[in-house]
Ligand binder design. Structure first.
Ligand SMILES: *[C@@H]1O[C@H](CO)[C@@H](O)[C@H](O)[C@H]1NC(C)=O
Ligand SMILES: *[C@@H]1O[C@H](CO)[C@@H](O)[C@H](O)[C@H]1NC(C)=O
Ligand SMILES: *[C@@H]1O[C@H](CO)[C@@H](O)[C@H](O)[C@H]1NC(C)=O
Length: 615
């Protein structure tokens, strides 16, 4: 019959489509999910429904549901509501904080961090989340650039506060310390006042001036290069961050483990994502590889978050018989390497890994939703249609995008690394850094494909393969040139860590007198109890890397310096170079003739810098 024919025909077409475009349905699904969240955003926007409103709704519907487990304490949603009311009252009653002010939090991961943020939101104030590792000048810089008028510090950070107290008091900043008594003039105690304050709800009119465009919080970029900058997270942007978690498949039955810093977007999204779903958070003060799985078992955790090297640290712990006895089903994060993924799943069982790409302040999000190991996302015309972005050719040496004769940028070819840029528009805004127009302007790229357009410069080099999978290559500042070739430091680090004795590697380029570009160097940390096996490392490097990408110098360190979110620090290492007269760590030199890494003695150093040894 005609109908039957049509059915067979459409089935054949669908099958053909499926074989030709096996990822098409997944692409559609991803774009639809994104559109669904956009619709939700528009709906919320009509009533200015914020994450705080969501929190209060959860308090109403399930007051006795545990919100936060921390050490041996559990706080329900109702208790969190009451405690944040108390915190809000301390601010108001102090007379130093007015509705609409910004208050900086200098507090490590503990439930009080959350009560303070909620409390501030309840009185229509914004919170700036200071990294609790910064000190002195950096601390002052971060504080000042948020425009905050008050600072709240954890008791254990009192010394760090006192170091900068004279400057703060000079600027008439109010300083609160989270203890029952203050031992210092000019510093107000907080906890005593909080325990006396009423836990009654705060009137809604205190926050009636807030809209979706009001700043909810300020989150600092990690500052691997230069000083941290404060990114503005409006109530609208906060929803976008929150929905990263729902897009990655978290649901209302989950328990999420948050051990990443709350001052960073990843940790904070763990909390706000939990509020969105009305679920429980197991909060930990600090990531600990040895405690990680014990915590997951103790709190019945089903979802974990990762960033940077966390998965590698977990794989590096000694094997245990109960490695697979846990309920974790989903890991959401960014920066897992393919080899670590394989090892992780092999060792800890069938955990689904959702790799998400997106900067705190950025306006584009990519997600690995297709199961391709190593890929961070998919390039699809659907996605581009709703959200224009591109990979453009980039000149590593000049440090800027290549432009054609009419001054426009050029899209990178398939398989070729390019800089990811994404169009700034009403739908995909870039809100910039607070009080830093210059840095904000620097992240904008103008006249990209036509006169007058503006794109957000992610600063990340990516590559799209024949099947339209997107792979992360390197940070722009990290990739360097040697012998006329681009060296992607993360790729080199991946290869070096394949050697048995190497636990971690941080790769960068160093200046060599008389040579163009930068020669590769790697700072490495060894696996516990293993010696540096120079021949084995050489073998890996020779087998897997082209000559120009092989690190010429190795520097062995007890441990590698990382930021609070486990990103490697490169600037200092790059400046220190490879001079054995100045560096006390053991140094090695790649000797092509010996087919080995040999000790880098002052003699070898002199021969390299004078050009007697050609590298
Ligand atoms: C949302 O906030 C804006 C800005 O304050 C305001 O103009 C608008 O009326 C608010 N909408 C609702 C429904 O309250
Ligand atoms: C974890 O689950 C077990 C079994 O369902 C339950 O007895 C225990 O109370 C749960 N622990 C927490 C912290 O919820
Ligand atoms: C991509 O997602 C799939 C399926 O969830 C997962 O198996 C794979 O590990 C992910 N790849 C990366 C690099 O995250």
């Amino acid at each position: 019959s005609k109908n039957g024919c049509a059915r067979i025909f459409s089935t054949v077409v669908l099958l053909a489509l499926f074989f030709l475009f096996p990822y098409f349905l997944q692409d559609v699904h991803f774009v639809l999910s994104k559109l669904k969240t956009r619709r939700r955003l528009l709906k919320y926007m009509q009533t200015n429904y914020s994450i705080l409103d969501r929190f209060l709704d959860v308090v109403k519907t399930q007051p006795e549901k545990p919100f936060i487990h921390f050490r041996d304490e559990t706080f329900t949603y109702r208790e969190a509501d009451e405690l944040s009311n108390k915190a809000a009252r301390v601010f108001l009653q102090s007379g130093f904080v007015k509705v609409g002010d910004t208050v900086a939090l200098f507090v490590s991961n503990e439930p009080l961090f959350v009560w303070l943020w909620l409390g501030l939101a309840k009185i229509g104030c914004s919170a700036a989340f200071l990294n609790y590792n910064v000190r002195s000048k950096s601390l002052l810089h971060c504080f000042s650039c948020s425009g905050a008028s008050a600072l709240v510090a954890a008791a254990e950070l009192q010394d760090a506060v006192e170091e900068v107290l004279p400057s703060l008091l000079e600027q008439q900043v109010t300083v609160f310390i989270l203890s029952d008594k203050s031992r210092t003039a000019g510093v107000e105690s907080f906890k005593d006042k909080m325990s006396q304050a009423s836990s009654e709800p705060l009137p809604k009119h205190l926050r009636s001036h807030l809209s979706f465009q009001s700043p909810a919080v300020y989150i600092y970029t990690s500052g691997t290069t230069g000083l941290p900058k404060a990114a503005v997270i409006t109530y609208s942007k906060l929803w976008a961050l929150v929905w990263l978690l729902s897009l990655s498949g978290i649901n209302s039955k989950d328990v999420i483990y948050v051990c990443l810093p709350l001052y960073h977007s990843t940790g904070f999204v763990g909390i706000t994502g939990a509020i969105d779903q009305g679920i429980t958070v197991a909060l930990r003060s600090k990531f600990s590889a040895s405690q990680f799985w014990d915590d997951c078992r103790k709190y019945n955790v089903t979802v974990i978050q990762y960033i940077g090297e966390i998965m590698r640290y977990l794989c590096n712990t000694p094997k245990k018989v109960n490695d697979q006895s846990h309920q974790v089903r989903l890991a959401v994060g960014n920066g897992i390497r393919a080899d670590v993924w394989r090892e992780f799943v092999h060792r800890f069982g069938n955990v689904q890994i959702r790799e998400i790409y997106g900067a705190t302040e950025g306006n584009i999000i990519l997600m690995n939703y297709s199961g391709k190991i190593g890929a961070i996302g998919r390039d699809s015309f659907l996605h581009r249609h709703f959200h224009p972005y591109a990979l453009i050719k980039y000149d590593i040496v000049k440090g800027e995008p290549l432009r054609d004769s009419s001054g426009f940028c050029i899209e990178a070819a398939k398989g070729e690394p390019g800089l990811l840029v994404s169009e700034i528009s009403m739908r995909t805004p870039f809100l910039g850094y607070v009080r830093d127009l210059q840095q904000t302007e620097r992240k904008k790229l103008r006249d990209v494909f036509k006169k007058g357009d503006v794109y957000f410069n992610t600063g990340d080099l990516m590559c799209i393969d024949e099947d339209n999978f997107i792979y992360f290559q390197d940070r722009v500042g990290d990739t360097f040139r040697w012998k006329g070739e681009n060296v992607a430091t993360t790729e080199v680090a991946d290869v070096i860590t394949l050697a048995d004795c190497i636990k971690e590697a941080n790769v960068y380029g160093v200046k060599v007198p008389g040579q163009e570009g930068r020669a590769g160097m790697a700072a490495v940390a060894l696996r516990d109890g293993l010696n540096f096996d120079s021949a084995d490392v050489f073998k890996h490097v020779e087998n897997f890397l082209p000559a120009y990408a092989r690190p010429r110098f190795l520097r062995i360190q007890g441990s590698l310096d990382v930021t609070g979110t486990f990103k490697h620090l490169k600037v200092k290492l790059t400046e220190e170079g490879f001079n054995p007269n100045q560096i006390t760590d053991p140094l090695f030199f790649l000797d092509e003739k010996e087919k080995d890494y040999v000790p880098l003695t002052p003699d070898v150093f002199n021969s390299v810098t004078s050009g007697k040894i050609k590298i």
